[in-house]
Design a protein. Structure first.
Length: 364
């Protein structure tokens, strides 16, 4: 029996062929490759479910079409021996690498020196794309290297081999504080991309394409409703679309069913996040709600700055020049809803007159 596809992805990274938006990252990356600037340092920062791993998959896919680049994606939640992984994967790409000989090197520097000799011989560059980069020292220690060394030393070692050999680096991480500590070893040399919600036109484009791939037509008003009600959050739009396609029909009833399913998930998720925020400081929720609009550092008191720095390390806010902003506007909207004592079932507007009001406010 033929089964229609649900093109909305809610489990695991989005495959490259279904990847949307993040044009700033992709364009910057392509330009580096076109200019043969392979010794790159790129960092992707953002909270959970903003598409960091999906971006690394996309970058690997792009780099694979360039003859001089060998892109390797290390997902540290599933790769337990990073050095072994690198050597074995390179041996699949370059003839002449003796895996056992390279891995016998007790000094990791000589391991990468041998790799670099082969890269130079083939006129190739290794591009390491490392997901959850902040966890790299623990993985390297568990592999048996640098066991008695501090994490900072291990990041300095990685910096050293990237500087000396034919290696570029693209990293991401969802634990913002430790990731920022890791990047500090490079003294500001990383080009950082801080992920946020999609631009509205990209949200509409993504939704239309995924509904089409799922064999369903959605009117422009429906597409805009999903984008507005999900605040252009990439994963939450995927979630709404998934539950809608799952019903194989789009009407007022199925929209409400999908809305309720998504709302239950988000209320549970953000409820736990709110408990974490309240445990940091009683004023944390108020300041997060204020950051739905950018707040100048000059307008923050010393106590508020200390609090904001804590929230930044936990991935709730980020600094953009001299202003602080909330990472996840959906969470900010949830906090506003809670602070105003509105019913939780009103967190996401229904596809009714209430939505028309929310849409008007969003555009304003």
């Amino acid at each position: 029996m033929y089964c229609l596809r649900n093109a909305f992805v809610i489990e695991g990274p989005v495959p490259p062929e279904l990847f949307f938006d993040r044009g700033e990252v992709v364009t910057f990356f392509r330009n580096l490759l076109e200019l043969e600037k392979y010794k790159m340092l790129i960092a992707i920062l953002g909270p959970f479910k903003f598409g960091k791993t999906s971006i690394l998959f996309k970058l690997r896919s792009i780099a694979s079409s360039y003859n001089k680049v060998i892109p390797l994606l290390l997902r540290l939640n599933i790769v337990s021996k990073p050095f072994t992984f690198i050597v074995k994967k390179l041996a699949e790409k370059i003839e002449g690498i003796d895996v056992e000989e390279v891995l016998r090197c007790e000094e990791p520097y000589y391991m990468f020196e041998k790799i670099n000799i082969m890269l130079e011989k083939e006129d190739k560059w290794l591009l390491l794309l490392i997901d959850e980069f902040q966890d790299l020292p623990e993985a390297i220690k568990s592999e048996g290297f640098f066991i008695n060394r501090q994490d900072k030393f291990i990041f300095e070692f990685i910096r050293g081999i990237v500087e000396e050999f034919r290696i570029g680096l693209g990293v991401s991480g969802s634990v913002i504080g430790p990731l920022m500590d890791a990047l500090d070893v490079w003294h500001g040399r990383f080009i950082q991309f801080k992920l946020r919600e999609f631009p509205r036109e990209d949200s509409i484009s993504m939704l239309r394409k995924l509904f089409d791939l799922s064999g369903m037509h959605a009117d422009d008003s429906v597409l805009e409703y999903i984008a507005v009600s999900m605040n252009d959050h990439p994963f939450h739009m995927q979630l709404f679309g998934y539950y809608l396609v799952d019903q194989r029909n789009i009407n007022d009833d199925t929209l409400e069913i999908a809305r309720r399913k998504v709302q239950k998930i988000l209320i549970d998720y953000y409820g736990r996040k709110l408990l974490e925020v309240n445990s940091i400081d009683p004023n944390a929720t108020q300041i997060l709600a204020r950051m739905l609009q950018p707040i100048s550092i000059a307008k923050l008191s010393d106590d508020e700055i200390d609090l904001v720095l804590k929230l930044e390390r936990l991935g709730y806010v980020f600094r953009d020049n001299n202003e602080y902003r909330i990472y996840d506007k959906m969470f900010g909207r949830y906090i506003t809803n809670v602070l105003s004592n509105r019913p939780k079932e009103k967190y996401i507007p229904e596809y009714t007159s209430e939505y028309i009001v929310a849409k008007k406010l969003a555009y304003e």
